[in-house]
Every structure is written in C-alpha cells, then in structure tokens.
Design a protein around this ligand. Structure first.
Ligand code: URA
Length: 281
C-alpha cells in the first residue's frame, strides 16, 4: 500500500528513504546483530511477554499540549556504593541523581569523567532506555548526544516527541541508559556492571511511571526483559516490564550502520506510540 502524505513526512524527518519508492517492500528480517552476552545478570523473568502481531505503519497519536512542571523534592541525597533496590526505594529524583553521582559499585567509577544520569521530563509518558554513555556522553553528562543521539532525536521528533525537560509531558521522553558510566573504549558492558547499575534504572522507571518503555538494543533488553533473544525476534510485539508496556527496537548506533533496519525501527516506534495512546485511554 502506498505511503500516505503524513507517513512520508514522518519518514523523511527520520532520514528514511523508503517512502520515495512506495512499491518497494523492506527486506525480510535478517539477524545481523552481534551475538548476545553469554551471561544475563539474573535469570528470573521480569515480564510476561504477550504476543501481538507486527503492526503496519500508523499515524502517530494526536497529543494535546499540557503545561506541567515536575514537583520539587526535598529528600536528602545519599552516597551509594553497592545500591540495592531497597536502598533506593525512598529516593526521589534529586536523591537518586546524587546516589548515581556518588556510586562506586564497580570499576567504571575510576575511568568515568562523570556519571550520566538521564535527561528529559520527569513526568514524561515515554521512557527510552539505551545502553551506556559513550565518549561524548561521558564528557557532557547527558545520554545520546552523539550521532546515534541525533538519529534518536529525529525519530522522536517525527512522532512529535522531545527530550526537553520543560515541555508538555504528553510529548516528552525521558532518556536513560542501562549503565550510568562509560565503559572504557566503549567496550560492551559486563554482566556485573549491568547488575550493579540496574537498581538505578529500576528506580528511574518507578519514579517516572511511564506509559511506554522503548528498550533500544540488546543490553537494555537483557536488563529489562531478562532475554538473550536477538532484537529481531523480540521486536514487533508488546512486552511488559513491571506492568509497563515495553517495545523492543534496534539501538540507533546499529541503525547508523544498517540503514535497511531503519524502516523496522520506525514500525517499532509506531507500535510504541499506539501502545502509549492505548494505555492512556
Ligand atoms: N549509546 C547509548 O546507548 N547511550 C548513550 O547515551 C550514547 C550512545
């Protein structure tokens, strides 16, 4: 079926070219990703995936602007070395940020410039979870500020979503990484590092209570879904993390190297948008 004008505009905003050739169908799914880590941090499943068919591209939801600012918090900061979920359970956003900044739970604390906590509206409806800070993120203290981040921002903008901390929550995205510190030379996170850092991400999700989580790449998926399945087998349906709908997609750094997968990532974002809209109804 040909792209509608609306879909073409959105795809163009993402830098996709497929819209220009409406008769061309994306190639069948090919698993071109690196193999999963041999060890997941824990074995117990954290979600009960339910099957849902891959959905066709859809128009993004109409989102009403709402002016709302996050409530200030006065909870004290704590210094955390090896944080447990119980340690963090009472922390609000500033307290959690301080706990992350003081974390020395793994060796990454000795090589980081700074921790990279997260960015966005603390009442955002969407939460995007990536992997770990890279060099630019380590220097600037914000997730996804490099080329992969620019692609992510364009994809979000195509759905009228933004990482701005002061916009309407309905159009806002909170972005966090699975790891809050940069692994040296951008190596893959270790299972131990993922496990040590996980309580921070868990608390961020608890505080945000998003309507939808977009898990990008295999480390976010391993942490949130306890799954070593390739992204290509997990995407296209709605999973759940602690009751929150979760959609799996490719990491934007992978999309930069594998342009054909961009169309699939767009489908994933549309599925996430439909799911967020449905959970708001
Ligand atoms: N890749 C990630 O997963 N996170 C970042 O913050 C940057 C690149």
């Amino acid at each position: 079926m040909p792209w509608t004008d609306r879909q073409q505009a959105l795809l163009q905003a993402m830098g996709l070219r497929v819209w220009a050739e409406p008769e061309h169908q994306p190639a069948p799914a090919v698993e071109a990703e690196a193999p999963p880590l041999p060890t997941a941090p824990q074995a117990a499943p954290a979600s009960a995936p339910r099957s849902a068919p891959v959905r066709p591209l859809a128009r993004p939801p109409a989102l009403a602007p709402v002016t709302q600012t996050p409530a200030p918090s006065l909870a004290p900061a704590v210094a955390v070395h090896t944080a447990t979920r119980a340690d963090l359970a009472s922390l609000d956003w500033p307290g959690l940020r301080s706990a992350v900044a003081g974390c020395q739970a793994c060796g990454l604390c000795s090589s980081r410039t700074q921790t990279v906590f997260g960015v966005g509206h603390t009442q955002a409806r969407w939460m995007v979870v990536g992997e770990a800070p890279g060099e630019n993120e380590d220097l600037q203290g914000e997730p996804f500020v490099g080329a992969a981040g620019q692609l992510l921002d364009r994809m979000l903008a195509a759905l009228q979503l933004s990482r701005a901390a002061d916009g309407p929550p309905e159009r806002s995205v909170y972005i966090a990484n699975t790891l809050k510190c940069r692994p040296p030379r951008n190596r893959n996170p270790s299972a131990e590092e993922l496990a040590q850092c996980e309580p921070f991400l868990v608390r961020q999700i608890e505080l945000l209570q998003p309507r939808i989580i977009l898990a990008m790449g295999r480390f976010a998926v391993q942490t949130l879904l306890r799954s070593d399945e390739p992204i290509g087998r997990l995407r296209g349906r709605v999973h759940h993390y602690q009751g929150v709908p979760l959609v799996v997609t490719y990491h934007p750094a992978y999309l930069l190297r594998s342009l054909p997968e961009k169309a699939k990532a767009w489908e994933d974002l549309c599925l996430a948008a439909e799911t967020a809209e449905a959970s708001a109804a």
